[in-house]
Write a protein that binds this ligand. Structure first.
Ligand SMILES: *[C@@H]1O[C@H](CO)[C@@H](O)[C@H](O)[C@H]1NC(C)=O
Ligand SMILES: *[C@@H]1O[C@H](CO)[C@@H](O)[C@H](O)[C@H]1NC(C)=O
Ligand SMILES: *[C@@H]1O[C@H](CO)[C@@H](O)[C@H](O)[C@H]1NC(C)=O
Ligand SMILES: *[C@@H]1O[C@H](CO)[C@@H](O)[C@H](O)[C@H]1NC(C)=O
Length: 280
């Protein structure tokens, strides 16, 4: 019985050995070297073809892409609004006009925000444009239009380096986010409203909170690296002599049919709300 088994086992091993390499026919794993070579060749060609197809498809895809414009977007989106200065606590501006340390961070943030708008820099890097018209550029390196810091008048931080914070009439700068290819229609402007009946007056820079069309379209950082977006500064002047003013503002884009400002789900789309608390 045991002998029988070991004989069978011996046969099996011999069979396997012969399967792995058959010296008589020269077959390896049941195939001749030529047959193996053919199989190898087949897979080589097959996978080579797949790789080639993939590479080609990818190449064709990439040819249709433009470095500067996102390929897929449902429409040119509508920009959001943001303010400067922003504090760590969000969009609340809280300070005491008699205590410089309470507004030092705001003033610093405004100065650094306006650094690129320095007249000298703008004069050197950007071009003077005709107001009221889109600035469409054909060259591969696109020029950008000058927006001088001095266009923000009393809110430029030049005559008054504290932007009005020291006398309780702070400036807040509203900016519209950059959107490549956006061309606002109509006459866009920023208009701010506040919840308070009297004792507050707003001054806009440039006049009427106007956003000029010459700053559009924007072509993207890569080809238009000196671009600066147009700004609107709002100076908040309180005329009552209360020791504390707590005012809630909402600034919106107006006057342009393709700039949305009332999306229920996105409270920064075309608008921004912030609070200003001024203490003596
Ligand atoms: C603008 O930049 C120039 C040169 O860097 C500098 O001298 C000047 O003080 C700057 N002006 C302002 C308002 O920052
Ligand atoms: C901006 O300032 C520069 C330098 O002072 C000046 O040459 C240029 O004309 C100004 N541009 C605008 C649009 O005011
Ligand atoms: C800003 O909005 C107020 C209130 O809606 C309106 O009375 C005023 O005319 C608007 N100003 C501009 C410049 O659009
Ligand atoms: C506010 O100040 C003015 C001038 O400083 C003064 O005439 C007026 O009485 C003050 N009003 C209140 C409500 O304190």
């Amino acid at each position: 019985m045991a002998k029988e088994e070991s004989k069978n086992f011996g046969q099996t091993v011999a069979g396997w050995k012969q399967f792995i390499y058959n010296p008589r026919s020269g077959e390896v794993l049941g195939r001749t070297a030529g047959s193996w070579a053919l199989i190898l060749l087949f897979y080589l060609v097959f996978y080579g073809f797949l790789a080639g197809l993939f590479t080609f498809t990818m190449w064709v895809m990439l040819q249709t892409l433009d470095d500067n414009v996102p390929k897929y977007r449902d429409r040119v989106s509508s920009p959001g609004l943001m303010i400067s200065p922003k504090s760590d606590s969000g969009l609340d501006i809280v300070f005491r006009k008699s205590v410089p340390s309470t507004y030092a961070d705001y003033v610093k943030a405004l100065h650094s925000f306006l650094q690129p708008y320095n007249d000298t820099t703008q004069g050197a890097k950007n071009v003077f444009c005709t107001p009221g018209f889109y600035r469409e550029e054909d060259e591969s390196k696109k020029k950008a239009c000058q927006f001088n810091r001095t266009m923000l008048g009393q809110c430029s931080g030049i005559e008054d380096p504290t932007f009005g914070y020291s006398n309780g009439s702070p400036c807040v700068i509203v900016k519209m986010n950059r959107i490549i290819g956006l061309k606002p229609e109509g006459n866009p402007s920023i208009n701010c409203t506040f919840k308070k009946d009297d004792g507050v007056q707003l001054l806009y820079f440039p006049d009427y909170g106007k956003i000029d069309l010459m700053y559009f379209p924007y072509y993207g950082k890569k080809v238009q690296d000196t671009y600066v977006q147009p700004l609107v500064a709002v100076k908040i002047i309180t005329t009552s002599n209360a020791t504390e003013e707590d005012i809630q503002f909402e600034c919106k884009i107006h006057g342009s049919s393709n700039l949305r400002n009332s999306d229920d789900r996105d409270k920064f789309l075309g608008r921004v709300t912030f609070k200003v608390l001024i203490q003596d």
